[in-house]
Design a protein around this ligand. Sequence first.
Ligand code: SAM
Length: 297
Amino acid sequence: MSINEHPPQLHVPVLLDATLDILKPIQGENYLDLTAGYGGHATRFLEATENFEESVLVDRDDYAIERLSPLSQQGASLLHTDFVSAARSLVEQGKQFSIVLVDLGVSSPQLDQSTRGFSFKSNGPLDMRMDRRQPVSAETLVNTASIDELTRIIREYGEEPHGFAKRIAMAIKQARPLTTTEELANLVKEEYRGPWKRIHPATRTFQALRIAVNEELRQVEEVLPLLPALLKKGGRVGVISFHSLEDRLVKRYLKEQQDAGLEAELQIITKKPLDGVNYDVHNPRSRSAKLRAAVKK
Ligand SMILES: C[S@@+](CC[C@H](N)C(=O)[O-])C[C@H]1O[C@@H](n2cnc3c(N)ncnc32)[C@H](O)[C@@H]1O
């Protein structure tokens, strides 16, 4: 497939034009995509840089890696691993990039395929692993974690009030073994006392378990300090986050850089984050997306 023939989109990339506008890829520059997914961003960046050979695309999901093969056939390197391991290994090899992109969260296929177990909207196994080689799935957590641990996960990562989180945790313990998304969604719905309209009561519990299974916040926390070493002087990095827990970590890291004065390695280029509501109005997936960007001094 030539670069001009885009494959049918399994996942519509968020804030695509805003990302290109702010990171300004130039012909010849090399590109590192730490969450390459279905290559929506990568395809457009590589079209602009035309530098496939020195570009690297990372994803921990085998299904995504498989779909990135048209880009690897044109010369880009693929790394099937989590982005912290990828970043550490690239830093060790002394590799540096003109552009680094991190588009956090889940992809549409992860949510849409019931067999992946990410969504309460269709019944499937309680899986939620982005990397299916890892041993711990949502089923493992739900059936083995203590009530305190489940309460903490649902409260911290689902941002549910403590009382409701604990009720869900106790109900889970009582209903063990749970094996399907439908069982879990129904259990949370039964614990929810009150009317609900748009947002299903299980939304936050599913988000919480997904974050825990994939250690998503630890991954973000650990990759941020590696970014300066991955960038060439004048190189740009963009991070797109989807919920306040992720965005808070990105914002705090960039603020630390700003406060470091002369010691700072990065300079913020988005005074305020670019959000999907204003910068990607036609893409419903962008509604809660926020893009922050910085340049290496
Ligand atoms: C929102 S999608 C990215 C979509 C991509 N920008 C595109 O345009 O197709 C996020 C992707 O990042 C991957 N991912 C999330 N966290 C990761 C991590 N810690 N390490 C590696 N890949 C990760 C997911 O598997 C998913 O494919």
